[in-house]
Design a protein around this ligand. Structure first.
Ligand SMILES: Cc1ncc(C[n+]2csc(CCOP(=O)(O)OP(=O)(O)O)c2C)c(N)n1
Ligand SMILES: [Mg+2]
Length: 362
């Protein structure tokens, strides 16, 4: 059964408006800034995949096709809100001020990549890989905001597959029971690795999972940044002003492989992917901006060159960071040292001393 939940779309895949646009959509400075950020995210994403292919970082989860969701979310959160992200969140992390070199360090297996420098991101959580557990962490953060009487929001993201997990449903439940200032952004990109959305869950929408928890849920076209911004703005305002949590299901498509360790051609057909490319978010906003006379090929080329230079600078900063000493594997794990770990560290130090040149990088 499908309850009558709202679904919002402003722009068709060709960039034409399908309903009257919100008034803020006249702000072309804002829209071109959002567009720049989407292009920057995509170029960075391509570079991250290339760095994995050449062995300079480990596994990476591409964000290709999810740029509108993350850029919209990041553009509307306030600096003192807290982001509790998952692993396909390059777009929103960049909006929060996480540096590209930090993202590369993280995927290169270096803890310094989760030690964000930018003040906007400093209280944000690191990427969460265990599926859906971050939804509960976000409820913990939101509970603290509520107890302290602060008008801040915890924003947490996850995929469609994550909504099948107990952790997600428990998080919705506690958010509803305690009316927490939390927004759940579900990136419904149609696939959970090789499992398609239609066999993940019997409900016609994922947004309706909110109903059982007594919270507000709705769907939005996740390829339409105007729609995501509009609904995200409402969701944040609602949560911030004590009116309860929101589940925003953003319908999108994972255009890339699940991660660089995956080959999606083994389980989904080329025609489906070709159709999904017709809907993709970057082209859609570009077509809208062009139709309004504020974008053209010259601006596009200049933007790409500018973003590529920014990505290149980040790659250089990443490479200049060097490799951490081996002993760093012991750091930041325990406040008080378990004795077994102390022995392991001593053994490592002895071995390093025995090797010529002292500290080595294996
Ligand atoms: C607790 C847990 N179980 C299983 C996995 C393995 N795993 C990694 S990604 C993934 C699929 C997640 O799909 P979805 O939630 O739709 O997010 P997407 O990757 O599509 O963005 C699974 C099962 C994991 N990381 N954590
Ligand atoms: Mg998915």
């Amino acid at each position: 059964m499908s309850p009558d939940l709202p679904y919002t779309r402003y722009l068709a895949p060709d960039g034409r408006s399908v309903v009257e646009l919100p008034t803020w959509a006249d702000d072309f400075n804002l829209l071109t800034r959002l567009y720049r950020q989407m292009v920057l995210t995509r170029l960075f994403d391509q570079k991250a995949v290339a760095l994995q292919r050449t062995g300079r970082i480990g596994t990476y989860a591409p964000t290709l096709g999810q740029e509108a969701i993350g850029v919209a979310t990041g553009s509307l959160m306030q600096a003192d809100d807290v982001l509790v992200p998952y692993y396909r969140d390059t777009a929103v992390q960049l909006m929060r001020g996480v540096r590209m070199e930090e993202i590369l360090l993280y995927w290169g297996g270096d803890e310094r990549g989760s030690d964000f420098v930018d003040p906007r991101a400093v209280r944000d959580f690191p990427i969460c890989v265990p599926i859906a557990t971050q939804a509960l962490h976000a409820c913990g953060v939101a509970t603290a905001f509520k107890i302290r009487g602060e008008h801040r929001v915890a924003v947490t993201t996850c995929g469609d597959g994550a909504t099948s997990k107990g952790d997600f449903l428990e998080a919705l439940n506690v958010a509803g029971a305690w009316q927490l200032p939390v927004v759940f952004v579900v990136n419904d990109n149609q696939w959970a690795i090789s499992v398609p959305r239609r066999i993940q869950c019997g409900a016609p929408t994922l947004a309706q999972k909110a109903i059982g928890a007594g919270i507000h849920g709705e769907q939005v076209d996740g390829n339409d940044i105007l729609a995501v911004c509009d609904r995200m703005r409402q969701a944040l305002a609602r949560a911030r002003h004590g009116k309860g949590p929101v589940l925003l299901e953003c319908l999108s498509y994972r255009l890339g492989d699940h991660t660089t360790a995956d080959d999606a051609t083994r389980y989904r057909c080329a025609e489906e992917v070709r159709q999904a490319w017709e809907e993709e978010p970057v082209k859609r906003l570009r077509a809208f901006l062009a139709s309004q006379g504020v974008w053209d090929e010259g601006r596009e080329q200049a933007l790409i060159a500018d973003c590529q230079a920014e990505v290149q600078r980040a790659v250089e900063a990443f490479e200049a960071a060097g490799v951490q000493p081996l002993s760093s594997v012991f750091e930041h794990v325990y406040a008080r040292w378990p004795s077994a770990l102390g022995e392991q560290r001593e053994t490592l130090e002895e071995r390093l001393v025995r090797r010529q040149g002292g500290e080595c990088h294996e």
